[in-house]
Design a protein around this ligand. Structure first.
Ligand code: ATP
Length: 492
Protein backbone atom coordinates (compact mmCIF):
# COMPACT_ATOMS: atom_id res chain seq x y z
CA UNK A 1 0.00 0.00 0.00
CA UNK A 2 1.23 3.53 -0.76
CA UNK A 3 2.52 5.90 1.89
CA UNK A 4 -0.20 7.90 3.57
CA UNK A 5 -0.60 11.52 2.63
CA UNK A 6 -0.22 13.90 5.58
CA UNK A 7 -3.55 14.13 7.28
CA UNK A 8 -5.45 15.51 10.24
CA UNK A 9 -6.60 12.90 12.71
CA UNK A 10 -8.82 13.16 15.77
CA UNK A 11 -8.12 10.44 18.34
CA UNK A 12 -10.69 9.78 21.07
CA UNK A 13 -9.74 7.50 23.97
CA UNK A 14 -10.11 7.90 27.71
CA UNK A 15 -6.97 5.94 28.60
CA UNK A 16 -4.07 8.42 28.59
CA UNK A 17 -1.42 5.77 27.82
CA UNK A 18 -3.27 4.46 24.82
CA UNK A 19 -4.01 7.97 23.60
CA UNK A 20 -0.30 8.79 23.79
CA UNK A 21 0.59 5.58 21.93
CA UNK A 22 -1.85 6.38 19.12
CA UNK A 23 -0.69 10.00 19.01
CA UNK A 24 2.99 9.06 18.77
CA UNK A 25 2.32 6.48 16.08
CA UNK A 26 0.42 9.02 14.00
CA UNK A 27 2.92 11.84 14.58
CA UNK A 28 5.70 9.55 13.43
CA UNK A 29 3.77 9.09 10.18
CA UNK A 30 3.72 12.86 9.75
CA UNK A 31 0.06 13.48 10.58
CA UNK A 32 -1.49 16.32 12.57
CA UNK A 33 -3.07 14.83 15.66
CA UNK A 34 -5.74 16.21 17.95
CA UNK A 35 -6.87 14.13 20.88
CA UNK A 36 -9.91 13.95 23.11
CA UNK A 37 -10.63 11.96 26.27
CA UNK A 38 -14.40 11.69 25.94
CA UNK A 39 -17.40 12.43 23.74
CA UNK A 40 -17.76 16.00 24.98
CA UNK A 41 -14.18 16.92 24.10
CA UNK A 42 -14.45 15.15 20.76
CA UNK A 43 -17.67 17.02 19.92
CA UNK A 44 -15.99 20.26 20.81
CA UNK A 45 -13.11 19.55 18.38
CA UNK A 46 -15.45 18.37 15.66
CA UNK A 47 -17.52 21.53 15.99
CA UNK A 48 -14.49 23.73 15.34
CA UNK A 49 -13.07 22.02 12.25
CA UNK A 50 -13.02 19.06 9.88
CA UNK A 51 -10.60 16.14 10.15
CA UNK A 52 -9.60 13.52 7.63
CA UNK A 53 -9.88 10.61 10.02
CA UNK A 54 -11.64 10.08 13.33
CA UNK A 55 -10.37 7.22 15.50
CA UNK A 56 -12.54 6.52 18.49
CA UNK A 57 -12.65 3.99 21.25
CA UNK A 58 -16.07 2.38 21.58
CA UNK A 59 -16.53 2.74 25.31
CA UNK A 60 -16.01 6.27 26.64
CA UNK A 61 -16.86 7.74 30.06
CA UNK A 62 -19.81 9.76 28.76
CA UNK A 63 -21.17 7.37 26.12
CA UNK A 64 -20.33 5.23 23.10
CA UNK A 65 -17.95 6.02 20.26
CA UNK A 66 -20.79 4.83 18.05
CA UNK A 67 -22.63 8.06 18.88
CA UNK A 68 -19.81 10.12 17.36
CA UNK A 69 -19.83 7.88 14.30
CA UNK A 70 -23.57 8.39 13.88
CA UNK A 71 -23.22 12.16 14.25
CA UNK A 72 -20.50 12.21 11.60
CA UNK A 73 -22.72 10.16 9.29
CA UNK A 74 -25.84 12.19 9.97
CA UNK A 75 -23.98 15.46 9.39
CA UNK A 76 -22.51 14.07 6.14
CA UNK A 77 -19.13 15.10 7.43
CA UNK A 78 -15.96 14.11 5.56
CA UNK A 79 -14.25 12.17 8.38
CA UNK A 80 -13.56 8.48 7.80
CA UNK A 81 -14.20 6.79 11.13
CA UNK A 82 -12.24 3.91 12.63
CA UNK A 83 -13.77 2.41 15.77
CA UNK A 84 -11.73 0.54 18.38
CA UNK A 85 -13.69 -2.27 20.02
CA UNK A 86 -13.01 -4.56 22.95
CA UNK A 87 -11.66 -8.01 22.15
CA UNK A 88 -14.42 -10.44 21.21
CA UNK A 89 -17.21 -7.89 20.89
CA UNK A 90 -18.39 -8.91 17.46
CA UNK A 91 -21.67 -7.03 17.91
CA UNK A 92 -19.88 -3.72 18.31
CA UNK A 93 -17.65 -4.27 15.29
CA UNK A 94 -20.56 -5.27 13.08
CA UNK A 95 -22.73 -2.47 14.45
CA UNK A 96 -19.99 0.07 13.73
CA UNK A 97 -19.54 -1.14 10.14
CA UNK A 98 -23.29 -1.15 9.58
CA UNK A 99 -23.46 2.41 10.90
CA UNK A 100 -20.92 3.53 8.33
CA UNK A 101 -17.54 3.10 10.04
CA UNK A 102 -14.73 2.79 7.54
CA UNK A 103 -13.13 0.04 9.59
CA UNK A 104 -12.72 -1.23 13.13
CA UNK A 105 -9.76 -2.40 15.19
CA UNK A 106 -9.86 -4.80 18.11
CA UNK A 107 -8.01 -4.34 21.41
CA UNK A 108 -5.16 -4.90 22.01
CA UNK A 109 -4.54 -2.78 18.95
CA UNK A 110 -1.80 -4.01 16.65
CA UNK A 111 0.09 -0.88 15.62
CA UNK A 112 0.83 -2.20 12.15
CA UNK A 113 -2.88 -2.76 11.59
CA UNK A 114 -3.56 0.65 13.08
CA UNK A 115 -1.23 2.32 10.56
CA UNK A 116 -2.62 0.26 7.68
CA UNK A 117 -6.19 1.19 8.60
CA UNK A 118 -5.32 4.90 8.71
CA UNK A 119 -3.56 4.75 5.31
CA UNK A 120 -6.54 2.91 3.82
CA UNK A 121 -9.00 5.40 5.33
CA UNK A 122 -7.03 8.29 3.85
CA UNK A 123 -6.78 6.67 0.47
CA UNK A 124 -10.50 6.03 0.39
CA UNK A 125 -11.13 9.58 1.53
CA UNK A 126 -8.94 11.09 -1.13
CA UNK A 127 -10.45 8.74 -3.67
CA UNK A 128 -13.82 10.25 -2.88
CA UNK A 129 -12.77 13.85 -2.77
CA UNK A 130 -9.83 14.67 -5.00
CA UNK A 131 -9.92 14.18 -8.74
CA UNK A 132 -6.21 13.50 -9.17
CA UNK A 133 -6.03 10.74 -6.58
CA UNK A 134 -9.33 9.35 -7.69
CA UNK A 135 -8.69 9.17 -11.39
CA UNK A 136 -7.36 5.62 -11.72
CA UNK A 137 -9.74 3.75 -9.40
CA UNK A 138 -12.67 5.93 -10.45
CA UNK A 139 -12.19 5.01 -14.09
CA UNK A 140 -11.81 1.32 -13.27
CA UNK A 141 -14.89 1.59 -11.08
CA UNK A 142 -16.92 3.26 -13.79
CA UNK A 143 -15.96 0.57 -16.25
CA UNK A 144 -16.85 -2.18 -13.81
CA UNK A 145 -20.23 -0.58 -13.14
CA UNK A 146 -20.85 -0.19 -16.88
CA UNK A 147 -20.30 -3.92 -17.33
CA UNK A 148 -23.43 -4.41 -15.23
CA UNK A 149 -25.90 -3.90 -18.04
CA UNK A 150 -29.45 -2.83 -17.23
CA UNK A 151 -31.45 0.35 -16.81
CA UNK A 152 -34.17 -1.15 -14.62
CA UNK A 153 -34.72 0.45 -11.24
CA UNK A 154 -33.39 -2.70 -9.57
CA UNK A 155 -30.07 -2.48 -11.45
CA UNK A 156 -29.77 1.27 -10.88
CA UNK A 157 -30.19 0.63 -7.16
CA UNK A 158 -27.55 -2.10 -7.20
CA UNK A 159 -25.06 0.20 -8.92
CA UNK A 160 -25.74 3.00 -6.42
CA UNK A 161 -25.32 0.57 -3.48
CA UNK A 162 -22.04 -0.74 -4.90
CA UNK A 163 -20.61 2.76 -5.08
CA UNK A 164 -21.76 3.47 -1.54
CA UNK A 165 -20.50 0.30 0.10
CA UNK A 166 -17.22 0.28 -1.81
CA UNK A 167 -15.86 3.07 0.38
CA UNK A 168 -15.51 1.00 3.55
CA UNK A 169 -13.94 -2.24 4.72
CA UNK A 170 -17.27 -3.75 5.72
CA UNK A 171 -17.74 -7.32 4.47
CA UNK A 172 -20.33 -7.62 1.70
CA UNK A 173 -22.57 -10.63 1.06
CA UNK A 174 -24.03 -10.87 -2.44
CA UNK A 175 -27.16 -12.99 -2.78
CA UNK A 176 -28.94 -13.99 -5.95
CA UNK A 177 -29.84 -16.88 -8.21
CA UNK A 178 -27.21 -18.49 -10.41
CA UNK A 179 -26.17 -16.37 -13.35
CA UNK A 180 -27.47 -13.06 -11.98
CA UNK A 181 -24.04 -11.44 -12.05
CA UNK A 182 -22.77 -11.95 -8.50
CA UNK A 183 -19.15 -12.16 -9.60
CA UNK A 184 -19.52 -9.05 -11.77
CA UNK A 185 -20.89 -7.20 -8.75
CA UNK A 186 -18.05 -8.42 -6.52
CA UNK A 187 -15.55 -7.10 -9.04
CA UNK A 188 -17.36 -3.79 -9.22
CA UNK A 189 -17.21 -3.45 -5.41
CA UNK A 190 -13.46 -3.99 -5.64
CA UNK A 191 -12.92 -1.66 -8.60
CA UNK A 192 -14.94 1.14 -6.99
CA UNK A 193 -12.98 0.88 -3.73
CA UNK A 194 -9.65 2.39 -2.72
CA UNK A 195 -8.30 -1.16 -3.04
CA UNK A 196 -8.78 -1.16 -6.82
CA UNK A 197 -5.04 -1.08 -7.45
CA UNK A 198 -4.64 -4.18 -5.25
CA UNK A 199 -5.48 -7.74 -6.29
CA UNK A 200 -8.97 -9.18 -6.70
CA UNK A 201 -8.78 -12.86 -5.80
CA UNK A 202 -11.87 -14.96 -6.58
CA UNK A 203 -12.25 -18.34 -4.91
CA UNK A 204 -14.96 -20.91 -5.54
CA UNK A 205 -15.44 -22.35 -2.05
CA UNK A 206 -17.28 -25.38 -3.39
CA UNK A 207 -14.55 -26.41 -5.80
CA UNK A 208 -11.65 -27.05 -3.41
CA UNK A 209 -11.15 -30.58 -2.09
CA UNK A 210 -11.74 -30.57 1.66
CA UNK A 211 -8.27 -31.86 2.55
CA UNK A 212 -6.59 -28.99 0.68
CA UNK A 213 -8.86 -26.19 1.70
CA UNK A 214 -6.91 -24.91 4.71
CA UNK A 215 -3.62 -24.70 2.80
CA UNK A 216 -5.40 -23.06 -0.14
CA UNK A 217 -6.91 -20.39 2.08
CA UNK A 218 -4.12 -19.72 4.55
CA UNK A 219 -0.99 -20.95 2.78
CA UNK A 220 1.40 -23.66 3.93
CA UNK A 221 4.95 -23.92 5.13
CA UNK A 222 7.39 -26.23 3.42
CA UNK A 223 6.86 -29.78 4.64
CA UNK A 224 3.43 -29.05 6.18
CA UNK A 225 1.98 -31.97 4.22
CA UNK A 226 3.20 -34.55 1.74
CA UNK A 227 4.09 -32.72 -1.44
CA UNK A 228 4.53 -29.27 0.17
CA UNK A 229 8.06 -28.84 -1.14
CA UNK A 230 8.20 -25.08 -0.62
CA UNK A 231 6.40 -22.37 1.33
CA UNK A 232 3.32 -21.28 -0.50
CA UNK A 233 0.87 -18.47 -0.13
CA UNK A 234 -2.83 -18.92 0.39
CA UNK A 235 -5.70 -16.83 -0.94
CA UNK A 236 -5.57 -14.51 2.05
CA UNK A 237 -1.93 -13.67 1.38
CA UNK A 238 -2.50 -13.39 -2.38
CA UNK A 239 -5.31 -10.88 -1.82
CA UNK A 240 -3.21 -8.69 0.50
CA UNK A 241 -4.13 -5.03 0.00
CA UNK A 242 -7.05 -6.05 -2.21
CA UNK A 243 -10.31 -7.97 -2.13
CA UNK A 244 -10.92 -11.66 -1.48
CA UNK A 245 -14.10 -12.88 -3.19
CA UNK A 246 -15.48 -16.05 -1.60
CA UNK A 247 -17.92 -17.38 -4.18
CA UNK A 248 -20.37 -20.14 -3.25
CA UNK A 249 -19.70 -19.46 0.43
CA UNK A 250 -22.67 -21.72 1.28
CA UNK A 251 -20.60 -24.67 0.09
CA UNK A 252 -17.83 -24.10 2.64
CA UNK A 253 -17.54 -27.16 4.91
CA UNK A 254 -18.44 -26.53 8.56
CA UNK A 255 -14.92 -27.20 9.83
CA UNK A 256 -13.58 -24.56 7.48
CA UNK A 257 -16.32 -22.14 8.47
CA UNK A 258 -14.94 -22.20 12.03
CA UNK A 259 -11.43 -21.43 10.77
CA UNK A 260 -12.63 -18.62 8.52
CA UNK A 261 -14.54 -17.08 11.42
CA UNK A 262 -11.39 -17.10 13.52
CA UNK A 263 -9.43 -15.31 10.80
CA UNK A 264 -12.12 -12.66 10.49
CA UNK A 265 -12.15 -12.13 14.25
CA UNK A 266 -8.40 -12.08 14.73
CA UNK A 267 -7.53 -10.56 11.38
CA UNK A 268 -4.60 -12.92 11.32
CA UNK A 269 -3.86 -16.16 9.53
CA UNK A 270 -1.49 -18.94 10.41
CA UNK A 271 -0.24 -20.91 7.39
CA UNK A 272 -0.54 -24.67 7.69
CA UNK A 273 2.55 -25.98 9.48
CA UNK A 274 3.54 -22.43 10.45
CA UNK A 275 4.21 -21.11 13.92
CA UNK A 276 3.75 -17.41 13.37
CA UNK A 277 0.55 -15.68 12.46
CA UNK A 278 0.43 -13.05 9.74
CA UNK A 279 -1.75 -9.95 9.72
CA UNK A 280 -4.52 -10.06 7.16
CA UNK A 281 -5.23 -7.00 5.06
CA UNK A 282 -8.10 -8.00 2.80
CA UNK A 283 -11.62 -6.91 2.24
CA UNK A 284 -14.04 -9.81 2.15
CA UNK A 285 -16.85 -10.09 -0.37
CA UNK A 286 -18.81 -13.35 -0.42
CA UNK A 287 -21.61 -14.67 -2.59
CA UNK A 288 -24.03 -17.53 -2.75
CA UNK A 289 -27.12 -18.61 -4.65
CA UNK A 290 -28.19 -20.55 -1.57
CA UNK A 291 -30.53 -19.36 1.16
CA UNK A 292 -27.94 -18.89 3.89
CA UNK A 293 -30.45 -17.82 6.53
CA UNK A 294 -32.29 -21.14 6.11
CA UNK A 295 -28.98 -23.00 6.15
CA UNK A 296 -28.22 -21.33 9.47
CA UNK A 297 -31.56 -22.50 10.86
CA UNK A 298 -30.82 -26.03 9.67
CA UNK A 299 -27.29 -26.02 11.13
CA UNK A 300 -25.64 -26.12 7.71
CA UNK A 301 -24.00 -22.73 8.15
CA UNK A 302 -22.59 -21.14 11.29
CA UNK A 303 -24.71 -18.29 12.56
CA UNK A 304 -21.72 -16.32 13.88
CA UNK A 305 -19.98 -16.50 10.50
CA UNK A 306 -23.17 -15.50 8.69
CA UNK A 307 -23.41 -12.49 11.00
CA UNK A 308 -19.81 -11.49 10.25
CA UNK A 309 -20.07 -11.90 6.47
CA UNK A 310 -23.50 -10.36 6.10
CA UNK A 311 -22.66 -6.87 7.34
CA UNK A 312 -23.77 -5.40 4.03
CA UNK A 313 -26.16 -7.43 1.92
CA UNK A 314 -26.61 -6.96 -1.82
CA UNK A 315 -29.50 -8.95 -3.26
CA UNK A 316 -29.41 -9.26 -7.03
CA UNK A 317 -32.67 -9.46 -8.96
CA UNK A 318 -33.35 -12.43 -11.23
CA UNK A 319 -33.81 -11.72 -14.92
CA UNK A 320 -37.56 -12.36 -14.45
CA UNK A 321 -37.68 -9.40 -12.09
CA UNK A 322 -36.05 -7.09 -14.63
CA UNK A 323 -37.50 -8.33 -17.89
CA UNK A 324 -37.27 -4.85 -19.44
CA UNK A 325 -33.48 -5.10 -19.37
CA UNK A 326 -33.50 -8.10 -21.70
CA UNK A 327 -33.13 -6.31 -25.08
CA UNK A 328 -30.28 -4.20 -23.74
CA UNK A 329 -28.61 -7.30 -22.33
CA UNK A 330 -29.01 -9.20 -25.61
CA UNK A 331 -27.26 -6.45 -27.56
CA UNK A 332 -24.52 -6.01 -24.96
CA UNK A 333 -23.86 -9.75 -24.70
CA UNK A 334 -23.78 -10.17 -28.51
CA UNK A 335 -21.27 -7.34 -28.75
CA UNK A 336 -19.16 -8.80 -25.96
CA UNK A 337 -19.09 -12.34 -27.39
CA UNK A 338 -18.41 -11.14 -30.96
CA UNK A 339 -15.67 -8.76 -29.79
CA UNK A 340 -14.00 -11.70 -28.10
CA UNK A 341 -13.96 -13.63 -31.36
CA UNK A 342 -13.09 -10.60 -33.47
CA UNK A 343 -16.36 -10.79 -35.39
CA UNK A 344 -18.88 -8.06 -36.12
CA UNK A 345 -22.02 -8.50 -34.01
CA UNK A 346 -25.04 -9.58 -36.04
CA UNK A 347 -28.44 -7.90 -35.75
CA UNK A 348 -31.28 -9.81 -34.12
CA UNK A 349 -34.73 -10.13 -35.64
CA UNK A 350 -37.81 -8.93 -33.77
CA UNK A 351 -39.13 -12.51 -33.75
CA UNK A 352 -35.94 -13.84 -32.21
CA UNK A 353 -36.05 -11.12 -29.56
CA UNK A 354 -39.70 -11.93 -28.85
CA UNK A 355 -38.82 -15.61 -28.53
CA UNK A 356 -36.09 -14.78 -26.02
CA UNK A 357 -38.54 -12.56 -24.13
CA UNK A 358 -40.94 -15.49 -23.89
CA UNK A 359 -38.41 -17.83 -22.32
CA UNK A 360 -38.40 -18.23 -18.59
CA UNK A 361 -34.57 -18.20 -18.38
CA UNK A 362 -34.15 -19.72 -14.92
CA UNK A 363 -30.38 -19.61 -15.49
CA UNK A 364 -30.64 -15.81 -15.79
CA UNK A 365 -27.99 -13.82 -17.69
CA UNK A 366 -25.68 -16.81 -17.98
CA UNK A 367 -28.40 -18.82 -19.73
CA UNK A 368 -29.12 -15.91 -22.03
CA UNK A 369 -25.42 -15.67 -22.83
CA UNK A 370 -25.26 -19.42 -23.62
CA UNK A 371 -28.30 -19.19 -25.88
CA UNK A 372 -26.74 -16.31 -27.78
CA UNK A 373 -23.40 -18.11 -28.12
CA UNK A 374 -25.16 -21.14 -29.55
CA UNK A 375 -27.20 -18.99 -31.93
CA UNK A 376 -24.05 -17.24 -33.13
CA UNK A 377 -22.52 -20.59 -33.96
CA UNK A 378 -25.60 -21.66 -35.91
CA UNK A 379 -26.34 -18.38 -37.65
CA UNK A 380 -25.06 -18.02 -41.19
CA UNK A 381 -26.55 -14.63 -42.04
CA UNK A 382 -26.22 -11.11 -40.71
CA UNK A 383 -29.29 -11.35 -38.50
CA UNK A 384 -30.10 -13.82 -35.73
CA UNK A 385 -33.44 -15.50 -36.43
CA UNK A 386 -35.54 -17.76 -34.16
CA UNK A 387 -34.31 -20.90 -35.95
CA UNK A 388 -30.73 -20.02 -34.99
CA UNK A 389 -31.79 -20.72 -31.43
CA UNK A 390 -32.87 -24.21 -32.40
CA UNK A 391 -36.47 -23.29 -31.64
CA UNK A 392 -37.83 -25.17 -34.67
CA UNK A 393 -36.51 -28.43 -33.27
CA UNK A 394 -36.49 -28.12 -29.50
CA UNK A 395 -36.14 -31.87 -29.02
CA UNK A 396 -32.78 -31.88 -30.80
CA UNK A 397 -31.34 -28.93 -28.90
CA UNK A 398 -29.63 -30.05 -25.73
CA UNK A 399 -30.77 -27.84 -22.88
CA UNK A 400 -29.07 -28.34 -19.55
CA UNK A 401 -31.80 -26.43 -17.74
CA UNK A 402 -35.21 -27.64 -16.57
CA UNK A 403 -37.84 -27.84 -19.34
CA UNK A 404 -39.97 -24.78 -20.03
CA UNK A 405 -43.66 -24.84 -19.14
CA UNK A 406 -45.81 -25.87 -22.15
CA UNK A 407 -47.34 -22.42 -22.61
CA UNK A 408 -44.01 -20.86 -23.60
CA UNK A 409 -42.32 -23.83 -25.18
CA UNK A 410 -44.76 -26.32 -26.77
CA UNK A 411 -43.78 -29.96 -26.65
CA UNK A 412 -43.41 -31.83 -29.94
CA UNK A 413 -46.77 -33.26 -31.07
CA UNK A 414 -45.69 -36.90 -31.05
CA UNK A 415 -45.70 -38.82 -27.84
CA UNK A 416 -42.49 -38.23 -25.94
CA UNK A 417 -40.53 -41.45 -25.64
CA UNK A 418 -39.14 -42.47 -22.25
CA UNK A 419 -35.97 -40.46 -21.61
CA UNK A 420 -33.51 -43.21 -22.43
CA UNK A 421 -35.46 -45.08 -25.15
CA UNK A 422 -33.84 -43.47 -28.21
CA UNK A 423 -30.39 -43.02 -26.78
CA UNK A 424 -27.56 -45.16 -28.10
CA UNK A 425 -25.94 -47.41 -25.54
CA UNK A 426 -23.15 -45.34 -23.93
CA UNK A 427 -19.82 -46.80 -24.95
CA UNK A 428 -17.93 -45.79 -21.81
CA UNK A 429 -18.48 -44.63 -18.26
CA UNK A 430 -20.27 -41.33 -17.83
CA UNK A 431 -17.90 -38.35 -18.10
CA UNK A 432 -17.44 -36.45 -14.86
CA UNK A 433 -17.57 -33.16 -16.78
CA UNK A 434 -19.94 -33.45 -19.72
CA UNK A 435 -19.06 -30.08 -21.22
CA UNK A 436 -15.32 -30.80 -21.18
CA UNK A 437 -15.96 -34.23 -22.69
CA UNK A 438 -18.11 -32.81 -25.49
CA UNK A 439 -15.60 -30.03 -26.16
CA UNK A 440 -12.88 -32.63 -26.43
CA UNK A 441 -14.91 -34.68 -28.93
CA UNK A 442 -15.66 -31.57 -30.96
CA UNK A 443 -12.02 -30.53 -30.92
CA UNK A 444 -10.91 -33.92 -32.21
CA UNK A 445 -13.42 -33.82 -35.08
CA UNK A 446 -12.47 -30.29 -36.06
CA UNK A 447 -8.75 -31.04 -36.02
CA UNK A 448 -9.34 -34.18 -38.09
CA UNK A 449 -11.41 -32.30 -40.68
CA UNK A 450 -8.85 -29.48 -40.83
CA UNK A 451 -5.95 -31.87 -41.28
CA UNK A 452 -7.75 -33.82 -43.99
CA UNK A 453 -8.46 -30.64 -45.94
CA UNK A 454 -4.96 -29.26 -45.59
CA UNK A 455 -6.26 -26.63 -43.16
CA UNK A 456 -8.73 -25.17 -45.63
CA UNK A 457 -11.46 -23.94 -43.32
CA UNK A 458 -14.18 -23.72 -45.97
CA UNK A 459 -13.54 -27.29 -47.05
CA UNK A 460 -13.28 -28.52 -43.46
CA UNK A 461 -16.54 -26.74 -42.61
CA UNK A 462 -18.27 -28.33 -45.62
CA UNK A 463 -17.09 -31.79 -44.48
CA UNK A 464 -18.75 -31.17 -41.13
CA UNK A 465 -21.93 -29.57 -42.44
CA UNK A 466 -20.96 -26.17 -41.07
CA UNK A 467 -20.50 -22.80 -42.72
CA UNK A 468 -17.35 -20.71 -42.52
CA UNK A 469 -18.60 -18.49 -39.74
CA UNK A 470 -19.58 -21.47 -37.66
CA UNK A 471 -16.23 -23.24 -38.02
CA UNK A 472 -14.31 -20.03 -37.27
CA UNK A 473 -16.34 -19.58 -34.12
CA UNK A 474 -15.72 -23.16 -33.01
CA UNK A 475 -11.97 -23.00 -33.73
CA UNK A 476 -11.73 -19.89 -31.57
CA UNK A 477 -13.99 -21.18 -28.82
CA UNK A 478 -12.00 -24.38 -28.46
CA UNK A 479 -8.66 -22.61 -28.76
CA UNK A 480 -7.47 -24.89 -31.56
CA UNK A 481 -3.86 -23.98 -32.27
CA UNK A 482 -2.94 -23.06 -35.81
CA UNK A 483 -0.03 -24.83 -37.56
CA UNK A 484 2.18 -21.73 -37.79
CA UNK A 485 0.54 -19.90 -34.93
CA UNK A 486 -1.33 -17.40 -37.02
CA UNK A 487 -4.69 -17.19 -38.71
CA UNK A 488 -2.91 -16.56 -42.02
CA UNK A 489 -1.86 -20.18 -42.06
CA UNK A 490 -5.51 -21.05 -42.55
CA UNK A 491 -7.09 -20.72 -45.88
CA UNK A 492 -10.75 -19.93 -46.14
N1 ATP B 1 -26.07 -7.28 -15.42
C1 ATP B 1 -25.27 -7.95 -16.27
N2 ATP B 1 -24.81 -7.34 -17.35
C2 ATP B 1 -24.02 -7.98 -18.24
N3 ATP B 1 -23.62 -9.26 -18.10
C3 ATP B 1 -24.03 -9.90 -17.02
C4 ATP B 1 -24.88 -9.30 -16.04
N4 ATP B 1 -25.12 -10.19 -15.09
C5 ATP B 1 -24.47 -11.31 -15.42
N5 ATP B 1 -23.80 -11.15 -16.59
C6 ATP B 1 -22.99 -12.16 -17.28
O1 ATP B 1 -23.59 -13.43 -17.03
C7 ATP B 1 -22.61 -14.41 -16.73
C8 ATP B 1 -22.84 -14.94 -15.33
O2 ATP B 1 -22.52 -13.91 -14.40
P1 ATP B 1 -21.79 -14.23 -13.01
O3 ATP B 1 -20.77 -15.31 -13.18
O4 ATP B 1 -21.35 -12.94 -12.42
O5 ATP B 1 -23.06 -14.82 -12.24
P2 ATP B 1 -23.16 -15.45 -10.81
O6 ATP B 1 -24.38 -14.87 -10.19
O7 ATP B 1 -21.84 -15.29 -10.10
O8 ATP B 1 -23.43 -16.98 -11.14
P3 ATP B 1 -23.16 -18.29 -10.23
O9 ATP B 1 -23.98 -18.16 -8.99
O10 ATP B 1 -23.66 -19.40 -11.10
O11 ATP B 1 -21.69 -18.32 -10.00
C9 ATP B 1 -21.26 -13.73 -16.89
O12 ATP B 1 -20.74 -13.98 -18.17
C10 ATP B 1 -21.58 -12.27 -16.71
O13 ATP B 1 -20.67 -11.48 -17.42
Amino acid sequence: MNAAPRASVLVVDDEPDLRTLYELTLLREGHDVTSAADLAEARHSLASRHFDVLITDMRLPDGLGLELLREVQAGQRPERTIVITAYGSAENAVEALKSGAFDYLTKPVDLKQFRTAVVAALQSQHGAGHATEATAPARAGEQALARLVGTSQAMAQIRARIEKVATSMAPVLILGESGTGKELVARAVHECSHRASGPFVAVNCGAIPENLIEAEFFGARKGAYTGASADREGYFQAARGGTLFLDEIGDLPLAMQAKLLRVIQERRVRPLGGVQEEAVDVRLVSATHRDLATMVRQDGFRQDLFYRLNVIELRLPSLRERRDDLPLLVHALLRRVCDEYGQPAPAISAQAMAWLQSRELPGNVRELENLLQRALALCDGQTLAPEDFGDDSPDTVPDPLPPEPPATHPAPPQETPPPDAALPEPSAALPADLQAYLDDQERQMLVKALRETDYNRTAAAARLGLNLRQIRYRIQRLGIALPSDGADAFRD
